[in-house]
Design a protein around this ligand. Structure first.
Ligand SMILES: [Zn+2]
Length: 302
């Protein structure tokens, strides 16, 4: 009796925690709380790893002073947005690398990359996206899906993806290949971070070894994405991984499934629901080896 009451109370806490972090547009599209702008201080070294969501599938990782952005979309998108970016390219003091999962413009923002190139040492992606970067004269590196490379003390390997929607859609002047798209597994001193990129579900997503500690979690229910049901399957295959919600609440497109995921759809479906982190753009998420079981968000610390 006492135990069941405890569970009910926990459930209520989660419900209020979750709802407070989601807003809805007049057309019913879910989006996050207001952007928390950050500045050069976020790029300073510390004895832990801090992750910030940049909107859409973009993340900023500062791991003990090594600074990486994955799929940053900070300026110049061709559709209206629901949020402000938490930092602009000309406010970024330095980056060790930008990682791009694939060439779609909600991930490979050419204008963002161009503007970051003054302060970014290297751009990494697949061989195809690297060819586009070379055309832009970015200091870029193209990788095969078997590659592992180093960014200071972070070891990065590629994970496969299946997102060749252009071949089905038509109207493009090339046939896209599976290896044009990827995800990234980033091993930091504080834990393993997985950015899957955009992909249809692949069985190997359930068998990553070692298990990721953090997943940039795309739960949009689109046929060219992992999809809601398979996203939940992945989440529950790694019951201790922290899920930083991704690819939602950014582009004002209530009719487009890749952009209109609602965190409420995860309610009651995720083992250990406290690990769902509905970050506002720019909000800190801390990863610390010494207290790995106490990974906290800025909100939890208050
Ligand atoms: Zn996308």
């Amino acid at each position: 009796m006492r135990i069941s009451r405890f569970i009910v109370i926990l459930g209520l806490i989660y419900a209020s925690h979750s709802t407070a972090q989601i807003r809805y547009t007049e057309k019913g599209q879910a989006y996050p709380q207001a952007t928390r702008h950050f500045d050069g201080k976020a790029f300073e070294s510390s004895n832990h790893t801090v992750i910030r969501w940049l909107g859409n599938a973009g993340f900023f990782i500062n791991s003990r002073g090594t600074c990486i952005m994955v799929d940053p979309l900070l300026v110049g998108f061709d559709m209206p947005l629901l949020i402000e970016p938490p930092i602009l390219p000309d406010e970024v003091p330095s980056l060790d690398a930008v990682l791009i999962t694939h060439g779609d413009n909600d991930h490979f923002s050419k204008l963002t990359c161009k503007q970051l190139s003054a302060v970014c040492k290297a751009f990494h992606s697949t061989a195809y996206v690297d060819s586009l970067m070379k055309d832009m004269r970015l200091p870029s590196f193209g990788h095969s899906l078997k590659d592992t490379f180093q960014i200071e003390d972070i070891t990065v390997s590629l994970t496969p993806a299946w997102h060749t929607w252009q071949n089905e859609f038509g109207g493009f002047d090339r046939t896209f290949r599976r290896e044009d798209y990827c995800g990234f597994l980033m091993r930091t001193a504080d834990g393993l971070i997985w950015a899957p990129g955009d992909s249809r579900f692949l069985p190997e997503f359930l068998h990553l070894r070692p298990n990721p500690d953090v997943i940039f979690f795309d739960f949009s229910d689109d046929s060219w994405h992992i999809g809601l049901e398979n996203a939940i399957k992945i989440a529950n295959a790694y019951p201790n991984a922290h899920l930083l919600l991704s690819h939602w609440g950014t582009v004002d497109a209530p009719e487009m499934k890749p952009f209109n995921a609602d965190p409420e759809d995860l309610r009651g479906r995720i083992v250990n629901p406290g690990r769902i982190h509905i970050l506002a753009p720019g909000e800190e998420f801390w990863l610390n080896t010494a207290k790995k079981q106490e990974i906290v968000t800025e909100k939890d610390k208050l």
